[in-house]
Design a protein around this ligand. Structure first.
Ligand code: SF4
Ligand code: SF4
Length: 99
């Protein structure tokens, strides 16, 4: 059973498998495309609730959204290709080479 996105700890940053993901809430419009993409790639369904990125309205600031990755996010990067507002940044980390 998938874990609900709203359960457990969440973070605006995830680093795993040579990738770094950064959620930039200031740019987020709450469109939920990232959640649709994540639920599709992880569970083959279109269901924002099961996505490993959580998008919530910011109660302290009207019109602002809070974007955070759940503990299950593996930094695969798939969601970043569907965010059209520069609110998800994917960085491929340099792999150290032997000299
Ligand atoms: S992070 Fe991007 S894709 Fe996801 S809800 Fe915000 S603006 Fe939309
Ligand atoms: S990086 Fe991958 S696992 Fe994490 S929220 Fe995006 S699509 Fe889901």
């Amino acid at each position: 059973m998938p874990v609900k996105a709203h359960d457990g700890p969440k973070s605006p940053e995830v680093t795993m498998g040579g990738k770094h993901m950064l959620a930039i809430s200031d740019n987020c419009t709450g469109c939920q495309l990232c959640q649709i993409a994540c639920s599709w790639v992880k569970f083959q369904e279109f269901n924002p609730v099961v996505a490993f990125i959580d998008i919530q309205p910011d109660d302290a600031q009207e019109g602002r959204w809070d974007a955070r990755f759940t503990a299950d996010c593996d930094a695969c990067g798939y969601c970043s290709f569907f965010c059209h507002y520069d609110a998800i940044e994917l960085t491929r980390l340099r792999v150290p080479t032997r000299s």
